[in-house]
Design a protein around this ligand. Structure first.
Ligand code: HEM
Length: 402
């Protein structure tokens, strides 16, 4: 097997839409990722994506952002505000746990902080299992923990969530309730299985576990990176923070710019199903591997300008490119949570009072509006257990940026 590497933006774009290149980043993380949407290929992937896409519709994202999310956000942040401090990672995971559990279809029956905490610790283990390829820990240890966590997840969370949905689906089929009264989440869609695709209980368990970790880890880290970039930038642009607070569209630009610099998955891997020629020097034979550096590609000077390595929320990009670059992927596996977390890109007709900003922007906005700023006495720490540039902790206190 030959291994190719590229950080060329255009080559990566063409690879991510190429149907002869198959997902390969999660081959080591099979215990949790085997058969889940992100690892599927060809017809099997198309069918599963079509089925689950029913949950990820724009009208629902807007409703979620405007109606449901603000309540969850206030409930989650209020105890921290009373304390006068929080850790961005801890808060980020807690809030996104609710978000991804809502979309995956995992009920939190007791609605206690302890229950969220329990789910969170399971999801953190799933996350380590999924990104095993970048883990610095012994892989066997991680896999053992994942198997144990999957079993615990089944008993504590998945079985009750499934039972409730199966009951509702039965009532719907008996014409006792309308379709709109069914929960709008991946688990319900899989249990209904209207397209009659091949599924089994183990697969559904891995799929739901995958959803929980795919959305929470990336959202929590994106929020933390964005705030970090904004704090650093404001040190040199004292008037900038006022603009950020008063202009939510500009704040959304800051978030997209930070997403460009810090893609949650810094690389994408694909294996060739047959000979594939991507560019002059990348001629892949069957089963060759290509490693694509999304982090580098997102700093391509020909697209993002000569200052592409720094945070510049005033950056202009060509009309056919997104400011966040390849952070949400493109093509066959493009992220289902893109518009939910990143929001929509505004244009000249956008009404700021009715715009869909995306969950990450809302989180950053809330922290800034509450006067959150870095705690000088407790410095942020990066996560040393992975090669990915994740945060381990980022303490902030509420007052106001000095
Ligand atoms: C800032 C937040 C997020 C980032 C940066 C992100 C990034 C990505 C990327 C790069 C991919 C494609 C990976 C590849 O091509 O190999 C992906 C796929 C995916 N993401 Fe996200 N994601 C985020 C949030 C979410 C959320 C909130 C959800 C769900 C609630 C979600 C669900 C998914 C799913 C289901 C896929 C697989 C799609 C497929 O394989 O067809 N993501 N994400």
């Amino acid at each position: 097997m030959n291994k190719f590497e590229t950080s060329s933006y255009e080559t990566i774009k063409s690879a991510l839409v190429n149907r002869n290149l198959k997902q390969a980043l999660y081959d080591k993380g099979k215990v949790i990722m085997d058969g889940v949407l992100l690892t599927l290929h060809g017809e099997e992937h198309r069918k599963r994506r079509k089925l689950e896409h029913r949950v990820f519709q724009r009208d629902f994202f807007k409703y979620y952002e405007k109606e449901l999310f603000p309540r969850t956000l206030n409930e989650t942040i209020n105890p921290y505000l009373k304390n006068g401090r929080l850790d961005l990672l801890d808060f980020g995971y807690r809030i996104t746990m609710n978000l991804t559990a809502d979309f995956a279809g995992v009920d939190r029956v007791k609605k206690t902080p302890k229950e969220t905490e329990d789910l969170l610790s399971l999801v953190k283990i799933f996350s380590q299992g999924a990104t095993l390829v970048h883990s610095k820990r012994p892989h066997e240890d991680v896999n053992k923990e994942v198997i144990k966590a999957l079993n615990e997840f089944e008993t504590k969370f998945l079985a009750p969530s499934k039972n409730r949905r199966k009951n509702l689906i039965k009532r719907y089929k008996n014409n006792e309730i309308k379709k709109e009264q069914l929960p709008r989440d991946v688990l319900t869609v899989l249990l209904m299985n209207e397209d009659k695709i091949e599924l089994n209980d183990e697969l559904i368990r891995r799929e739901i576990a995958f959803y929980l970790q795919a959305g929470s880890h990336s959202t929590a880290n994106s929020m933390t990176h964005a705030l970090h970039e904004i704090y650093k930038w404001s040190d040199n642009n004292p008037k900038g923070i006022k603009k950020i607070k008063n202009d939510p569209l500009f704040l959304q630009r800051c978030v997209h710019e930070s997403m460009r610099l810090h893609p949650a998955s810094p690389v994408a891997w694909r294996k060739s199903e047959c000979p594939v020629n991507l560019e002059k020097n990348i001629n892949m034979k069957k089963n060759d591997l290509i490693i694509m550096d999304l982090h580098e590609a997102n700093q391509d000077k020909t697209i993002f300008g000569l200052d592409s390595h720094i945070f510049n929320p005033y950056r202009e990009v060509p009309k056919n490119q997104f400011l966040w670059g390849l952070t949400f992927g493109i093509g066959l596996h493009m992220c289902f949570g893109r518009d939910l977390d990143g929001g929509l890109v505004p244009d000249e007709k956008t009404d700021p009072s009715n715009h869909q900003y995306g969950i990450v922007t809302l989180l950053v906005q809330k922290i800034l509006n509450e006067g959150g700023y870095p705690d000088d006495k407790n410095k942020p720490e990066t996560d040393l257990s992975t090669e990915r540039s994740n945060w381990a902790s980022y303490p902030i206190i509420f007052g106001d940026i000095k």
